[in-house]
Design a protein around this ligand. Structure first.
Ligand SMILES: C[S@@+](CC[C@H](N)C(=O)[O-])C[C@H]1O[C@@H](n2cnc3c(N)ncnc32)[C@H](O)[C@@H]1O
Ligand SMILES: O=C(O)C(=O)C[C@]1(C(=O)O)C=C[C@@H](O)C=C1
Length: 258
């Protein structure tokens, strides 16, 4: 089995990735952020430098799957982008241990994810489907992962999606939800956002890049509080959920179905 090296999981993709310089020059009008060809080309670099703990979360997803997934069960990776979650699971679990469907709305992401899986883990039963997770027909599954995806849905669509996922999970199944979050307390939130911007500076982003990206994400990425996430999971039927990871204003939750 591969040694546990959380930060190296998406190396296969990073090798083929350009450095993110999308917001490095002044733009007359900052368009809303979208997962287009330009973002796809630099996505592994962008997400690693923009999401605190991204590599750690991916590494732990394999460990969580090894512990919670019934042998041979199905897994969904919703908003799979370039397939990092599938790669993380394939790095820890044998091809017999699970099947996986990645779903993403962006054709450019789907195309590259398919190529990556074919090259990196040809023996694992992993498919990538272009589709909208709000209207997808889910089959029974043992684990569902939303790694920084729910935050991009309109808040009014979020309850219905989580309810559908609760229904799709088998008894004993788990849902893992990673999200950018907002703190209800204004001062606490301000500190988290300021340190998050420091984190981006430390990762080589300029003031211009930070501010233009912030504008591009306005009304596109709408974060909830941790309390709102746990309340939504409870409303959908999950008897128990807990926050298992937090690094600044980024967190990951796990919800258990009895
Ligand atoms: C931040 S990225 C996810 C990163 C990825 N899960 C990972 O761990 O590397 C969000 C993804 O969600 C996808 N997405 C957004 N809305 C969607 C929807 N309604 N249905 C399917 N995919 C969606 C975007 O195309 C994008 O690829
Ligand atoms: O750059 C930011 O401010 C982010 O919120 C990071 C974030 C995310 O959380 O999904 C935003 C867009 C890209 O998908 C990559 C990372």
């Amino acid at each position: 089995m591969t040694p546990f090296r959380p930060d190296s999981i998406s190396n296969a993709m990073n090798d083929a990735s350009y450095r993110d310089a999308i917001f490095s020059t002044p733009l007359d009008r900052v368009a809303s952020f979208s997962f287009d060809e330009q973002v796809v080309a630099c996505f592994p670099d962008m997400i690693r430098r923009s999401v605190p703990g991204y590599g750690q979360i991916l590494g732990m997803l394999g460990v969580i799957a090894a512990r919670h997934l019934r042998h041979g069960a199905h897994v969904y990776d919703l908003g799979c982008s370039l397939g990092a979650v599938g790669l993380a699971l394939a790095g820890r679990l044998s091809p017999e241990a699970f099947t996986l469907t990645g779903v993403d709305l962006s054709p450019a992401m789907v195309e590259r994810a398919r190529t990556t899986f074919a090259q990196e883990c040809p023996h694992h039963a992993i498919e990538v489907v272009e589709g909208d997770i709000r209207h997808f027909n889910y089959r029974a599954s043992g684990m569902i992962v939303l790694n920084f995806t729910l935050q991009f849905l309109a808040p009014s669509d979020r309850d219905a999606v989580i309810e559908k996922l609760y229904e799709a999970l088998e008894p004993g199944g788990v849902l893992v939800l990673s999200e950018k979050i907002v703190a209800a307390d204004e001062e606490e939130n301000a500190w988290l956002v300021e340190r998050y911007h420091d984190f981006k500076r430390a990762n080589g982003y300029s003031e211009l890049e930070i501010s233009q990206k912030r504008t591009a994400l306005e009304n596109v990425l709408i974060p909830d509080t941790l309390e709102a996430h746990h309340a939504r999971l409870a409303r959908a039927g999950f008897p128990r959920s807990q926050t298992w990871f937090q690094y600044l204003n980024f967190a990951s939750l796990i919800a258990f179905k009895n």
